[in-house]
Design a binder for this molecule. Structure first.
Ligand code: AMP
Ligand code: MG
Length: 510
């Protein structure tokens, strides 16, 4: 089948195209269209053959009922029975909008549309293109999300095209959607009404107009012994190809944990992806990093979720790590979808970060122009099991200077490049947290201990590796003495790396 694709301007809807799409629907065909939540795959809700086609196009299990979309409130009575008074209040407040209500179905609705259930789910979308299409298509349009079953819901027409091109009659391209997660589903056949799927209409919003609202508690777990009440919620929808893991914890802690895992996974040869936020994106260095939006704008984050998951399906990554988000407002829906995509694989940032003792190693000499920067350079070349920021500092640095020329020659002889190096005074740009300070001699150690008590882990190099001679300055001395200093530093940093690696392998002894 050739799928026709038309761009529609929401502000100047081309009614000829809408009429054409409406005809397709009336004749039992399938038309994908934008709604404010996600793109829907429209079909005539009262035609069971159209429902069969919908399931076939999506590859969706046929016990997973479809939501019937209407454009006018008076249409509700035609398909629903025993409509409680509360539904009227909800419709007044939230329709048109991202709220689906479940009622007992009328005779008119075929079981094929409701997945064999005696109830029917109904929503009145706000999107103008959706509303015009529903009217043109006969008033009752079933519309599940317009993705292939098991793929993230489409938030742009090109996602629909990727999944369903050639399988449906038409796609109306109205640009990117506004909300980006599916509607809230509220079961009105029980008292109090129960949320079966969280969405942009939150429990708090519902409780402003209803005395009480319940939540299907199975939504938050992955316990197959208690299936969720909305049949569709039991499927592992929204599953990206890579394994997705959510890292929960304060943003700063989550960044540390994800960096730590990313370093290790890459060392083991895996490609990894990271779902970061505008606030944290610059803090990541390893892996394919995507920005889901500003943490402070939870709506923008929700809107980007499915797009990002789809983008990761195009990348060659085995694992994706995502920061977690607060479960308030649309955050509840966002975390519900992210949790499902992750198969509820959630780890606590603290459980990871506690396994790494140091994240920063600082080598300290007097002037930071020879011994300390050489030690730092040698340390960076060590095979380290964990990631560290490795820097050098000097106790007495009055202004930035380049490396001492004899040290530079030494480094050249050992093929270590030194472009644009400048000395820095201790403790500029450092914090005491997660930091190991290694000094050349006892004198630098005592100076730091007395002047900078916030640095709690300060050792001389010999002390840290269990003994040996100090590393005195070789300033003004012979080439041999420079070489000797180099060899001494190399043997120390090799042992430092061994000790850090041992500790990384046995984190419980930290
Ligand atoms: P989608 O159309 O992809 O947003 O999926 C529709 C969701 O609504 C699925 O999770 C369905 O299980 C749910 N749903 C539709 N009709 C009913 C119903 N009568 N009772 C409970 N859940 C329903
Ligand atoms: Mg869906």
């Amino acid at each position: 089948m050739k799928t026709q694709i038309y761009k529609i301007d929401r502000n100047r809807i081309d009614m000829d195209i809408i009429e054409q799409a409406g005809e397709i629907l009336k004749n039992g065909g399938l038309v994908a269209f934008p709604t404010e939540t996600v793109y829907g795959l429209g079909a005539n809700a009262l035609d069971e053959r159209a429902a069969e086609k919908t399931y076939a196009a999506k590859g969706r299990p046929s016990d997973n009922p479809l939501i019937v979309h209407i454009a006018r409130l008076e249409e509700l009575d035609g398909i629903a029975a025993d409509i409680p008074i509360a539904a009227k209040t909800l419709a007044d407040n939230f329709w048109p909008g991202p709220l689906t209500m479940i009622f007992r179905k009328s005779e008119k609705v075929p079981y094929k549309t409701t997945g064999g259930l005696d109830t029917v789910a109904v929503r009145m979308p706000e999107d103008e293109i959706a509303r015009e299409l529903i009217l043109a298509g006969g008033g009752y349009i079933s519309a599940p999300s317009a993705n292939a079953s098991g793929r993230p819901s489409p938030t742009a027409a090109k996602h629909v095209e990727t999944d369903l091109d050639g399988k449906i009659d038409m796609i109306l391209d109205g640009g990117s959607v506004d909300i980006g997660v599916e509607s809230t589903i509220l079961d009105m056949t029980v008292v109090p009404p129960m949320i079966l799927r969280p969405g942009a209409v939150t429990r708090e919003m519902l409780e402003l107009v209803l005395p009480e609202v319940a939540v299907d508690e199975t939504l938050l777990t992955d316990d197959s012994a208690c299936p969720p009440k909305a049949p569709g919620m039991k499927y592992r929808h929204y599953a990206p190809k890579a394994e997705l893991i959510i890292v929960e914890g304060r943003p700063g802690e989550a960044v540390k944990a994800i960096r730590q895992i990313a370093y290790e996974q890459r060392r083991l040869g895996y490609q990894i992806g990271i779902i970061a936020t505008s606030e944290t994106i610059d803090l990541y260095t390893t892996g394919i990093i995507k920005n889901i939006g500003p943490r402070e704008n939870e709506k923008a984050v929700a809107r980007s979720l499915y797009k990002i998951l789809r983008e990761f399906d195009e990348e060659d990554v085995q694992y994706i790590y995502s920061e977690a988000f607060p479960q308030s407002g649309i955050g509840t829906a966002l975390m519900n979808r992210l949790g499902k995509a992750a198969g509820h694989h959630i780890i606590r940032a603290e459980d990871i970060t506690c396994l790494q003792k140091y994240r920063q190693i600082v080598f300290v000499s007097n002037s930071d122009n020879c011994r300390a920067p050489i030690a730092a350079a040698l340390m960076r070349k060590q095979p380290l099991l964990q990631e560290y920021r490795i820097v050098s500092r000097g106790i007495v640095v009055l202004f930035p200077e380049p490396l001492n020329p004899r040290a530079e020659e030494l480094m050249k002889r050992h093929n270590i490049a030194w472009d644009g190096y400048e000395t820095i005074a201790f403790p500029e740009g450092l914090s005491g947290e997660d930091t190991l300070v290694l000094t050349m001699q006892e004198s630098q150690k005592s100076k730091i201990q007395s002047d900078f008590p916030e640095f709690t882990d300060v050792c001389t190099l010999p002390e840290y590796v269990g003994g040996g001679e100090e590393i005195p300055s070789v300033y003004g001395q012979t080439e041999e003495q420079y070489e000797h200093m180099y060899e001494l530093l190399l043997s120390y940093v090799t042992r430092v790396a061994q000790r850090l690696n041992e500790e990384a392998k046995n984190p419980n002894q930290l």
